[in-house]
Design a protein around this ligand. Structure first.
Ligand SMILES: Nc1nc2c(ncn2[C@@H]2O[C@H](COP(=O)(O)OP(=O)(O)OP(=O)(O)O)[C@@H](O)[C@H]2O)c(=O)[nH]1
Ligand SMILES: [Mg+2]
Length: 306
């Protein structure tokens, strides 16, 4: 773990404050109004979990797990239930360990629909990797939206990394091509590519992503490739639908779940990981340059329950 553990736990706590207020406060209220564990109580817990966007399927699984544990261990104290739920979540969010291992020659492609936080996350990620001692180049692959390059340039200056861009309306594939050449010439460790968030239809998306991937493959075959999908946590189950659509057209190696600071429904982390089978690698918990954290299951569960 690159940063110290206390710092990480604290960051998660602050970022997930709203979810904690929603989830933990309500669960505590249920505990104090029931003396023993019964079906009515479990039904109330079920509603709270669904309300925190944990998703119906996962919630049903959690409740089943609670029932089994209660029976198996002859538990009668309602307060024990919290520990059972925490344990379930920890198991479900099995940790990704070595994602920040120093790979030199790596290309990270950032994809996702409009406004989810791609550009912002690129700025934060560049800042993070740069502070770890890696050299980073960013490619302004969103040539579609007006002012997209200016926004990215601003972030790159905050992160103190180089940006490769072209004029608005130019072919994104040519920007990616130029960026790969720059990364090779400058012997950069990491190239992070922004992409446009527009989503006309699946076919267009597939064509564009394929074109970009082909260039990277052809021009930079020695580099390790990673595709990270950005999902906005405040859009709830919609984010999962988006992710399923992206999964149909390309390989996704990880999720960046943004805006967790802005929602009381941070439980979405669990179905994202469980239903998609793709690890949440980073979470966005604010708008500042240091508000992107490597996802840590322990810190997450601790933040929403205590
Ligand atoms: N509170 C909060 N806001 C965030 C976070 N991540 C992104 N945002 C905000 O979300 C808005 C959209 O972010 P962008 O990075 O521009 O999103 P994008 O996906 O690049 O958008 P397009 O390029 O239009 O597709 C901005 O106002 C960001 O400040 C986060 O973790 N927390
Ligand atoms: Mg953008």
């Amino acid at each position: 773990m690159a940063e110290n553990k206390i710092g990480i736990f604290k960051k998660f706590k602050i970022g997930l404050e709203k979810t904690k207020k929603n989830l933990n406060t309500q669960i505590e209220k249920v505990f104090s109004s029931y003396k023993k564990i019964d079906d009515d109580m479990l039904e109330e817990i079920e509603e709270i979990l669904i309300g925190a966007d944990i998703g119906v399927n996962t919630t049903i699984e959690i409740i089943e797990y609670v029932k089994e544990e209660v029976k198996k261990n002859k538990i009668s104290d309602p307060n024990e239930i919290k520990n059972i739920i925490k344990q379930y979540m920890l198991d479900a969010l099995s940790e990704e360990e070595d994602i920040e291992n120093k790979a030199n020659q790596k290309v990270i492609l950032i994809i996702g629909v409009n406004g989810v936080g791609k550009t912002t996350s690129i700025g934060k990620l560049a800042y993070r990797l740069k502070n770890e001692g890696q050299s980073v180049i960013v490619a302004a692959g969103d040539t579609f939206r007006a002012a997209a390059v200016e926004q990215l340039a601003e972030w790159c200056s905050r992160a103190k990394v180089d940006l490769i861009s072209n004029i608005e309306g130019s072919d994104p594939a040519s920007v990616i091509y130029d960026s790969v050449q720059a990364a090779k010439a400058r012997k950069s460790d990491i190239l992070i590519c922004d992409t446009a968030g527009r989503l006309h239809n699946k076919k267009n998306l597939m064509n564009e992503l394929n074109k970009i991937s082909r260039i990277i493959e052809r021009e930079y075959s020695e580099a390790k490739k990673e595709v990270l999908l950005v999902i906005d946590a405040t859009t709830g189950q919609n984010g999962i639908i988006q992710a399923k659509m992206f999964k149909e057209v390309c390989q996704i190696d990880g999720i960046i779940l943004t805006k967790l600071d802005g929602t009381a429904k941070g439980g979405i982390v669990i179905p994202v990981q469980k239903e998609l089978g793709v690890p949440v690698k980073y979470i966005g918990i604010g708008e500042k340059v240091d508000d992107l954290q490597v996802f840590n299951a322990e810190a997450f569960v601790d933040a929403i329950f205590s």
